[in-house]
Design a protein around this ligand. Sequence first.
Ligand code: GTP
Ligand code: MG
Length: 300
Amino acid sequence: MSDVEVTHCGYIAIVGRPNVGKSTLLNHILGQKLSITSRKPQTTRDQILGVKTEGHIQAIYVDTPGLHLGETKAINRIMNRTATAALKDVDLVLFVVDADRWTEEDESVLQKVKFASCPVVLVVNKVDQLDQKDELLPRLANLSERMDFAQIVPISALRNKNLDRLERLVESYIPEGMQYYPEDQITNRSSRFLAAEIVREKITRQLGQEVPYEVAVQIEEFVYEESAIHISALILVERNGQKRIIIGDRGEKIKLIGKEARIDMEDLFQHKVMLNLWIKVRSGWSDDERALASLGYQEE
Ligand SMILES: Nc1nc2c(ncn2[C@@H]2O[C@H](COP(=O)(O)OP(=O)(O)OP(=O)(O)O)[C@@H](O)[C@H]2O)c(=O)[nH]1
Ligand SMILES: [Mg+2]
């Protein structure tokens, strides 16, 4: 007779400064696009869980907003606090850095992860961007002196390089325990949240120098019908100029944003989607505690 199967379950925080590739890493580990990404810093704004269950092992990855310096708006404080909170009560920290550079913001993340009560693995991402292959080893040696890391793993999240090795390493840190999520569940976030995030990603990618955190998306309608999911999303921006950019000449940009968002939503929900977008200027919302609370961002 077989006895009770032993299961493993653990939390892994993915932290680092903005733009190092944390969300890209999560998506490539899951093999599914869950967390939004862009070339601009401060793309991820909320903590999001990505759950990967393989046989008896469940890995719960926590993607976090990039820890950043020098911004004082309420939204920035909340984002930094969200990222710092993820360092507590996890079984492992993946500290992600860019192979190409070490900045003041990396240093400030380092000072925080030093206080984590669990092992910290340094993940050196974007190795595909190094001009010379022989640059890597001296860089890793240099990084290894900054802290007593459990391991250092060079990867390219975008090109799926060395992710297998990283995942096997992560598994070795996952303790025995009951699995929190059913094996087919990949996130703790609702479909509404994911839909809003997809719209925000498409907008972020269209904006020029404008900062992504000045755009918020609120789902006003999410109705599932046999024929299609009907979704209405309200886009909030800080300034008129941003509204003009998002709408574009004769509404071309917003049409494109809507089309790209719909395609991603259909892919994620595996269902036809009818998407409506609205846009409003509400200046100062990203520094307004009440407006933030109504959008789901709470200061404790
Ligand atoms: N060349 C290269 N680019 C990468 C790699 N991983 C991520 N990127 C790119 O880096 C940019 C930032 O990636 P994100 O995953 O959004 O970064 P993030 O750390 O989640 O950023 P925030 O959410 O703003 O903190 C995107 O343009 C990615 O395509 C990589 O391995 N190689
Ligand atoms: Mg991110």
